[in-house]
Design a protein around this ligand. Structure first.
Ligand SMILES: Nc1ncnc2c1ncn2[C@@H]1O[C@H](COP(=O)(O)OP(=O)(O)OP(=O)(O)O)[C@@H](O)[C@H]1O
Ligand SMILES: [Mg+2]
Length: 230
């Protein structure tokens, strides 16, 4: 089995003035290509922090992370940007949509930066908005969409990039049960097509779709947290 992410003794704290807020302690974790990995745990347990470190959003403080065998700290910023742009699709807990762009333009934005040709961009935008059932809402800006619809635009944007890895922070948090199920099924199907899916969630529903469940508590990965979910 190919190790996609290998995390060795990761610890992380946030500093605000004189105060340190610990978020992760000594996390060791191997994630294999093709897994659907679910990270669960109470609010404040470090789920977003772990996803942000894996997604190269937050700089690593202590420990090591290897991606496809390469130590992340050892590669330059240009290579990291390439990874962010082509390999990693990130769905943020707070969506991070551009207010002035329509749903379709938000989905298209990163494809333009990736250099995807116009005709293919249009096709991917349509396919990914249809996959989250938002094609009819494509001309609306985020403030004209409901919270759940915004969440689905953020999901469509990550899908359209067709990345090897999708990292999603609470991707079903704003969704009703039926929509949450359809999004989890979509992620599971992407996993079956060979992509690696890593999500955080409070939603017990997500357990039915993941191939593996990890538990964080007070920034520590719980014993047995690496066991298979099924
Ligand atoms: N920018 C920050 N500055 C200070 N402390 C932070 C910051 N971001 C996170 N933390 C703290 O780090 C800890 C872990 O936060 P994190 O966001 O990773 O938790 P989480 O498991 O994702 O929680 P939730 O389920 O509420 O999203 C918390 O105690 C939080 O207050
Ligand atoms: Mg979080």
């Amino acid at each position: 089995m190919t190790s996609l992410f290998s995390c060795q003794q990761i610890s992380h704290s946030y500093r605000q003035g004189q105060q340190l807020f610990p978020a992760l302690h000594d996390v060791n974790l191997e994630i294999t290509a093709g897994e659907f990995c679910l990270i669960m745990g109470p609010s404040g347990s470090g789920k977003s922090t772990l996803l942000n470190l894996l997604g190269l959003i937050e700089p690593l403080q202590t420990g090591k992370i290897f991606f496809q065998g390469q130590e992340l700290q050892a590669i330059d910023e240009g290579k990291k940007n390439q990874l962010r742009r082509f390999q990693l699709g990130f769905i943020f807990q707070s969506f991070h949509l551009f207010d002035v762009l329509s749903a379709a333009e938000n989905v298209e934005f990163f494809l333009t930066r990736q250099g995807v040709p116009s005709a293919e961009r249009k096709q991917r935008v349509q396919e990914s908005l249809e996959a989250v059932d938002l094609w009819d809402h494509r001309t609306k800006r985020p403030q004209e969409l409901s919270g759940g619809q915004r969440q689905r635009v953020a999901i469509a944007r990550a899908l359209a990039k067709q990345p090897a890895v999708i990292l999603a922070d609470e991707p079903t948090a704003s969704l009703d049960q039926d929509t949450a199920r359809s999004i989890l099924l979509l992620l599971k199907n992407l996993c079956a097509q060979g992509r690696t899916i890593i999500i955080s969630s409070h939603d017990p529903l997500a357990r039915d779709y993941a191939s593996r469940v990890l538990y964080l508590k007070d920034g520590r990965l719980q014993a047995g947290g690496q066991a298979d979910a099924h």
